[in-house]
Design a protein around this ligand. Structure first.
Ligand code: GLY
Length: 369
């Protein structure tokens, strides 16, 4: 069987976003999608933390801000095309510290973000905070408000992208790719447990599973899996904004009285077990921050595996194989970055030099030179 046009390996938001943008440019797309319970896209909190996740200048910072804005346009497009709402809520985000070390980190981050975009954030004193979020407990040592770090429903976004590419004519193959074949500097076939497919242009976007597939081509992807657990509660009272603590605990108010609590972090783990210790630690911290959560109902627990590169930046760009493009390693920010990643990677794949230049800091070669 021959896959014409672009073959994308990976059905998370990164692969789907690239597929979506390529299809909008009338390209032929085949997407291999393996149902995995620990896919990061389905586990994510959905925060569009364009500022929240940055403490210092980084090649990713401007892309993150651009992506945050682009989500509004894409949410609208996806709704018009599929009728699926991605749950984009204009909640903003309040970053908090609950101890001395956290307060120092918070102040440093505030200085960086405020210096860069003074009107986008605001330091909250105790009375500002009590006024804006009266549900918060007394453990808060400091906080600031990021006005534009809104959020989506990560599962709804994944579903909307999936429906959109289906509607735009993608050939979706529900089989897990287990190996990629080459002949000299060209990718020739991808193999699944069921069949072997001849390919033309290949995009490898398999998140935490990328290094294993890349290894079948002797490509070293310096990445590690980082498992994270989350839970969903239903509560009578919700905070207005996402509350994100410097210790990594976050509380995200969702539609229908739901509150998402995340996330633990276990480097080098990729199993699908949700542990008592993980949920205990999340609930302990979340209840300290928002005491009214003691009465909330537990609806669901789950985990996912984030793909983290050794320098924390994604890998996006060409490879030693002339027809293989890599796009992976979005770590904690896959949902946020999916919009700009889909746009820039599709442009680069279609030969746009500006897009290629913008992706240059994320080239795989940075690890080899
Ligand atoms: N995006 C937050 C996390 O990975 O936990």
């Amino acid at each position: 069987m021959k896959c014409e046009g672009f073959t994308i390996i990976g059905g998370g938001v990164i692969g789907l976003s690239i597929a979506y943008q390529l299809l909008k440019q009338q390209q032929q797309v085949t997407l291999f999608h393996a149902e995995k319970t620990t896919t990061a896209s389905l586990a994510a909190g959905g925060m569009l933390g364009g500022q929240n996740e940055f403490y210092a200048p980084s090649p990713l910072y401007n892309l993150a801000l651009e992506s945050r804005t682009l989500h509004k346009k894409i949410a609208q497009e996806l709704f018009e095309l599929t009728g699926q709402d991605v749950g984009l809520l204009p909640s903003g985000l309040i970053k908090i510290a609950t101890n001395k070390q956290g307060l120092q980190d918070l102040q440093q981050q505030y200085d960086f973000l405020h210096n860069d975009r003074p009107a986008s954030i605001h330091w909250l004193n105790q009375s500002d905070l009590q006024h804006y979020e009266p549900l918060l407990g007394r453990v808060i040592a400091g906080s600031f408000h990021i006005y534009e770090d809104h959020q989506v429903n990560a599962r709804a976004l994944t579903k909307a992208l999936f429906l959109a590419i289906q509607q735009l004519g993608a050939n979706i193959i529900d089989e897990e790719v287990i190996a990629i074949e080459k002949e000299q500097q060209q990718i020739t076939y991808v193999q699944t447990a069921c069949a072997r497919y001849a390919v033309s242009q290949v995009v490898l976007a398999a998140g935490a599973w990328t290094p294993r597939l890349a290894a079948t081509l002797n490509i070293n992807c310096p990445m590690q899996p980082v498992k994270g657990e989350c839970l969903m509660l239903k509560a009578d009272q919700l905070p207005k904004a996402t509350i994100f603590s410097t210790d990594g605990c976050y509380i995200v108010p969702k539609q229908q009285q739901m509150i998402l609590i995340g996330a633990t972090s276990y480097p080098l783990q990729e199993d699908d077990a949700v542990t008592a210790g993980g949920i205990h630690s999340l609930l302990t911290r979340a209840i300290q921050i928002l005491p009214s959560l003691t009465k909330a109902e537990i609806i669901e627990t789950w985990c996912g595996v984030r793909p983290q590169t050794m320098d924390g930046l994604p890998i996006m760009g060409e490879t030693p194989y002339s027809n293989l493009f890599l796009c992976t390693g979005h770590y904690r920010n896959g949902i946020l970055l999916s919009a700009i990643t889909g746009l820039l990677c599709s442009q680069a794949l279609l030969g746009d030099n500006t897009a290629k230049q913008r992706l240059a800091p994320f080239a795989l070669q940075r690890f080899t030179i």
